[in-house]
Each structure stands twice: as structure tokens, then as C-alpha cells.
Design a protein. Structure first.
Length: 157
């Protein structure tokens, strides 16, 4: 769900003007970055495990990212937006990850052994899932460009 995560960041960009776009996009992908780090450190398994993609730990990572970015950018609103963007990753994964009769859900609610969830949008869409992802990214880019253009004030010489 990478492109859709980035689309959310692009749409949310005007809400945190003090943060660079890179920090906002990084916030939307932090969960997957943590998954990679934890997998390499053998803390998470090959599938989505609780340290990166659990609901509980997603809330913790979101809070930490929000607090840290609020301090770095000296703006509570920026911290709140970045924290919410980190958490948006879990929400989008919940919508898209499987919960089909023949496919096990893969998003844990808490730690190992806790129930796993997912609404399975990708299973329902099949091959059309990639088109939905790309469509969301195009919409995110268009929204970003329109809102960016509105905030740029032309200099008259």
C-alpha cells in the first residue's frame, strides 16, 4: 500500500507547513521502515508482526513521532499531523490487508498471539488494487500541486 500511504502525506502537507515534505512522506512510511529494521534484527517475522504493524505499537510509534517532530519543528500542530500520519499507515493497512476465508488476517492488535485483523480490500479488488493505488497517488500529487500553488505568493518586480 506504499503509493496510497504517500498520497495521504501529500494531501496532508498543507496541515503541517513547518515540516519538510520529506518528513511528512517519511511519516507515512515509518511503519514499513520499522518493519524492515525489526525484520533484519529478527524481532519481527517475515509477515507483519506486532513490533511494527500492531495496533498498539502503531499508536506508540505515532505518539513518539508526534512528540519528536513537535519538538524538532517547535510546533504542536506539526507534531500532531506527523503523529497522525504515522498512525494512518495502520488504518490504511487495516482497510487493505486480507481477512478472506482462505487468507489469514495479518495485522495484530497487540503483541504475539493477539487477534489479527484486516478488511481485505485487496483481496476483493484483485488485480484492480494496483490501479486503485496509482489512482490515489495521482490524486495525492494533484492535490499537493494545487495546494502548493495556492500558498506560493508571486513576487512582483
Amino acid at each position: 500500500m506504499g503509493p496510497a500511504h504517500l498520497a495521504v502525506g501529500l494531501v496532508a502537507r498543507p496541515l503541517a507547513p513547518k515540516a519538510p515534505l520529506g518528513a511528512i512522506l517519511l511519516a507515512t512510511e515509518l511503519t514499513d521502515i520499522l518493519w524492515g529494521v525489526f525484520t533484519l534484527a529478527r524481532l519481527d517475522g517475515v509477515g507483519f508482526a506486532p513490533w511494527s504493524h500492531g495496533l498498539l505499537t502503531s499508536a506508540i510509534w505515532s505518539g513518539l513521532a508526534g512528540l519528536a517532530s513537535g519538538r524538532v519543528y517547535r510546533d504542536k500542530r506539526t507534531g500532531a499531523v506527523i503523529g497522525l500520519l504515522v498512525f494512518s499507515h495502520w488504518v490504511l493497512d487495516f482497510i487493505s490487508h486480507p481477512m478472506q476465508p482462505n487468507t489469514a488476517p495479518d495485522l495484530p492488535l497487540a503483541f504475539a498471539g493477539s487477534p489479527k485483523v484486516g478488511l481485505g480490500l485487496y483481496g476483493a479488488l484483485g488485480r484492480r488494487a494496483a490501479a486503485v493505488e496509482l489512482g490515489l497517488l495521482v490524486l495525492g500529487i494533484a492535490t499537493y500541486l494545487v495546494t502548493r500553488r495556492r500558498t506560493i505568493v508571486p513576487v512582483r518586480g
